[in-house]
Design a protein around this ligand. Structure first.
Ligand SMILES: C[S@@+](CC[C@H](N)C(=O)[O-])C[C@H]1O[C@@H](n2cnc3c(N)ncnc32)[C@H](O)[C@@H]1O
Length: 282
């Protein structure tokens, strides 16, 4: 992608993703400049496909310095599900895995349906797949794929998301990490999970990504078409306002609302309360 194409009329580069111009509001000059800058890094990552080798976190072994609330909730999750994320991950990653697992558990409790076990699970926008253990423990999938469009983004230590993902997936059967735009990823799934999908241009820029990747209609249409009959889409959004906006895209894609939950207590504090909703095919 050239700098010119990013700066074109709406700041939209149609060579990125399957974005529809109708998704795109008018952007300010500041937004377009930022988008252009992020687009250069994005393209560089795509071309380099950088890997410094598998990155393996040093497992912390035992979690310390937890608040009373955290201790109680983690102890409960360990008892109910036999979880031990700290045996595989650094302290912060382990706590974050308990946190994601806990959110899924609360969402299913609120829905009142049995947890899906087995089957094919897609995680859309997996970042470096730091929470693959939480997903694996919760869904007990036959196949679990994390799909990330910017899978070669490089961290300050020189390792890419790809490198981290390989380390996080180690010893987890049936897992894989695919660098791809999910809007163009045609593969059936029984469960699709999407944490904080981009439903506004501001969120794309906040994640240091080019606005050409903002294509919510194409993304939600793909999630709907990939979902097997009887399967579910699990979506997590930041706050009720974003959840409502994302729900509009779900409905437009033909998905049927099943349940929604705003967890009462969370293992990690957040500025906006997460809203977890569950959707199925009509
Ligand atoms: C808000 S972040 C959430 C990351 C991760 N799921 C988490 O919970 O920490 C959204 C992620 O989705 C990725 N993403 C955005 N659009 C995508 C697409 N069309 N296909 C695949 N990944 C996408 C972004 O690169 C980013 O890593």
């Amino acid at each position: 992608m050239t700098t010119e194409s990013v700066f074109s009329a709406s700041g939209f580069d149609s060579s990125l993703s399957g974005a529809e111009p109708s998704d795109l509001p008018r952007y300010t000059l500041g937004q377009r400049l930022r988008s252009g800058y992020y687009a250069l890094w994005y393209r560089l990552g795509e071309h380099l496909r950088w890997s410094r080798g598998v990155y393996c976190e040093q497992p912390v072994g035992r979690l310390v310095l937890l608040s009373r609330g955290q201790q109680a909730r983690i102890a409960l999750l360990r008892r109910r599900f036999d979880l031990r994320f700290e045996k595989h991950c650094a302290a912060l990653t382990a706590i974050k895995n308990y946190d994601y697992f806990d959110m899924l558990d609360q969402a299913w409790m609120a829905w009142g349906e049995p947890r899906p076990a087995g089957g094919v699970v897609h995680d859309v926008g997996a970042s470096n797949f730091w929470y693959v253990r939480a997903l694996h423990a919760f869904f007990q999938p036959v196949e679990l794929t994390g799909i990330e469009v910017e899978g070669y983004r490089i961290s300050a230590n020189g390792y890419s998301r790809w490198d981290y993902a390989q380390g996080y997936m180690q010893d987890l059967p049936g897992t894989k990490f695919v660098v791809a735009d999910y809007a163009a990823y045609a593969a059936p799934a029984d469960t699709i999970v999407v944490w904080y999908p981009f439903v506004t241009p501001a969120s794309v820029l906040a994640w240091r990504m080019p606005l050409g990747l903002f294509a919510p209609r194409a993304l939600f249409a793909r999630m709907a078409s990939n979902l097997n009959p009887g399967g579910v889409l699990v979506m997590v959004n930041q706050g009720p306002e974003e959840a409502e906006c994302a729900a509009g895209f779900c409905r437009e894609a033909g998905l049927l609302f099943r349940s929604s939950c705003q967890p009462l207590a969370l293992l990690r504090a957040r500025r906006l309360p997460p809203v977890i909703s569950i959707w199925s095919r009509r």
